[in-house]
Design a protein around this ligand. Structure first.
Ligand code: SF4
Length: 184
């Protein structure tokens, strides 16, 4: 089972293109200054089987965050199923990549991009794209995504309706593209 706090469809703020974003419930890392402390508890929010969660993902890639995705007991099987279905994955984890072993390490290797390391409030950097503190690193395990899409952008935030948000992109062309797609 996978304990899911929330799912956002058609998000653009957690990686390139329209993505499905899944927040898992539960985190054992407890970084000082974490803004998602409501996701630390492992109490059941919504249990999903591996297949039922995969079936909720429309035809796009996913970003997994939390909470701590790697603390989910069945996350490895879930990632293997995403791989079989050729769904691209960006994983956020508060674990240090260099210290991971066993199944958690195996999980990271199944992901196209891993954004790792615990949030360190003393190294807070609001200008970073997709990261909160300077110690956090982006690792590319495949060529599915262009590293340039993960470079720092000037920070803006646009919230559209309940679902689509844009953060960290100050790109007029990009906004016009959204208008063309009638996302805005
Ligand atoms: S790993 Fe993420 S969710 Fe967990 S305490 Fe750190 S910042 Fe918060």
């Amino acid at each position: 089972m996978l304990n899911v706090y929330d799912i956002a469809f058609n998000s653009r703020i957690y990686g390139p293109d329209l993505r499905t974003v899944i927040w898992f419930q539960g985190c054992s890392i407890h970084c000082k200054g974490c803004i998602n402390q409501h996701l630390w508890s492992f109490d059941c929010k919504e249990y999903n089987t591996i297949n039922s969660l995969v079936d909720k993902i429309p035809n796009n890639d996913v970003t997994l965050l939390g909470g701590e995705p790697l603390d989910q007991r069945h996350i490895l099987e879930f990632l293997k199923e995403l791989k079989i279905r050729k769904i691209g994955v960006i994983l956020f984890t508060g674990y240090s990549l260099s210290e991971l072993q066993g199944s958690k390490l195996e999980c990271t290797r199944l992901c196209d991009v891993v954004i790792s390391e615990p949030f360190e409030i003393d190294k807070l950097n609001p200008k970073l794209y997709l990261r909160g503190s300077d110690n956090q690193i982006i690792t590319f395990n495949s060529d599915r995504y262009n590293p340039r899409d993960f470079e720092q952008h000037e920070s803006i935030e646009v919230i559209i309706g309940n679902q689509v948000e844009i953060h960290g992109r100050n790109n007029e062309e990009f906004l016009w593209k959204l208008l063309d797609e009638k996302v805005i």
